[in-house]
Design a protein around this ligand. Structure first.
Ligand code: GLA
Length: 372
């Protein structure tokens, strides 16, 4: 099936180690690209059509490259259409081609399958047209596709990590300046474990956009008393002095943002000094804040994180990604890994009735291009 294509182009799913729901507030976040990927097998076809196939679906979809704006409502192929449209609108050449998509990032898991699809589609279109591409531009255009075609007013974290990740490294991504430094992920006798709570995340888009609007409302009020351009400009201490200006939920949301920004700084220090216990504690605090202040966890993610946190081999656990379902990331001692997996799965099932799914994924490169 993958024979007869000219290139294999891939982009990665991602985990976020810490720094949740702060990318769109100008914060620094700490994602890493995964070995779970979307691979695109691509060849030119000499027409003005993009023919899409999937390894995992029977569907076949044809996109007219002169009419890319008309595919927003497609069930499958809308991300590819959005990505191609953004690439074209930015002035790049889009040529007719056949694409076979092979996605190992589970859909709806909070591991950014959509970013992996958008980023790999753009990189594949550039490659098949013989154009060099800049990973930064690819990430930004993929983000526009997500906003316009999926209706999620997302930040830059997912597409950026999907494009720019590096094997065995997390990225300290500054979402205000849109630049990153790599931080080696050296966890000694610990491993990062990703577990999907397998709860479909209903209404995730609308709740996501609502949270974002609440942080913007907080910023508008705080801007009147401090000269800041985003919530991340405010230290937690400055926030505490001014938080009486905010009401109820808006106050809670903003408080999560400034405290999560502080946790990211501390987490980087902990990683750099090999302080795994310290890092684990920050993961737990992040989850608690996403549960109590930001309200994006839900009973399944809470049950999963709590089961993990209770296990003696676990240094810390939190939800990763947008929330409302999806995955947790846990820091687990390798010697206790088997027992951890078994006990957490059993406790989670008992509490929620759902089977969870544990992934074997490594930290990998972002975009890759291979000539076939
Ligand atoms: C989603 C968005 C990201 C980010 C996370 C939460 O994955 O696409 O931009 O906001 O949620 O941290």
């Amino acid at each position: 099936m993958k024979n007869n294509y000219t290139y294999e182009v891939s982009a990665a799913g991602r985990i976020n180690i810490i720094g949740e729901h702060i990318d769109y507030c100008g914060g620094k976040v700490l994602p890493a690209a995964l070995s779970l990927k979307n691979r695109v097998y691509v060849r030119p076809n000499g027409t003005d059509k993009i023919n899409l196939k999937w390894t995992t679906l029977p569907d076949e979809v044809t996109l007219d490259i002169n009419n890319l704006e008309s595919y927003k409502d497609l069930k499958y192929g809308n991300y590819q259409a959005g990505a191609a449209l953004m690439w074209k609108r930015a002035g790049h050449k889009v040529i007719g081609c056949d694409m076979l998509h092979d996605c190992t990032v589970p859909f709806g898991s909070g591991l950014s399958s959509s970013a992996a699809i958008e980023v790999s589609t753009i990189a594949a279109l550039a490659t098949v047209a013989g154009e060099p591409f800049d990973k930064m531009e690819v990430a930004l255009l993929a983000q526009s596709a997500e906003r316009e075609f999926a209706g999620v007013n997302c930040g830059i974290m997912d597409q950026y990590a999907s494009a720019n990740g590096r094997k065995n490294h997390a990225m300290l991504l500054d979402c205000k300046e849109v630049c990153h430094t790599f931080i080696p992920v050296e966890l000694g006798e610990y491993a990062l474990v990703i577990i999907n709570c397998n709860k479909p995340h209903n209404l995730a888009e609308s709740k996501y956009n609502e949270r974002r609007a609440e942080t913007e409302a907080a910023l508008e009020i705080l801007k009147k008393v401090r000269s800041i351009s985003c919530l991340a400009d405010l230290s937690a201490e400055e926030f505490y002095k001014n938080m009486h200006l905010l009401d109820g939920k808006v106050k809670d949301r903003a408080r999560h943002v400034v405290e999560e920004c502080r946790r990211v700084d501390l987490a980087v220090k902990a990683m750099q000094t090999g302080d795994i216990k310290g890092l684990g504690k920050l993961l737990n605090e992040s989850h608690a804040s996403l549960r109590d202040l930001y309200e994006v966890t839900g009973k399944e993610l809470d049950a999963l994180a709590e089961a993990a946190q209770r296990h003696p081999a676990c240094a810390g656990s939190r939800m990763t990604g947008a929330g409302f379902g999806g995955c947790t990331v846990s820091l687990v001692k390798k010697s206790g890994l088997d027992d951890f997996k078994q006990k957490v799965a059993a406790q989670y099932k008992q509490k929620t009735g759902y089977d969870c799914k544990i992934y074997d994924a490594e930290i990998a490169d972002g975009i890759t291009v291979k000539k076939l």
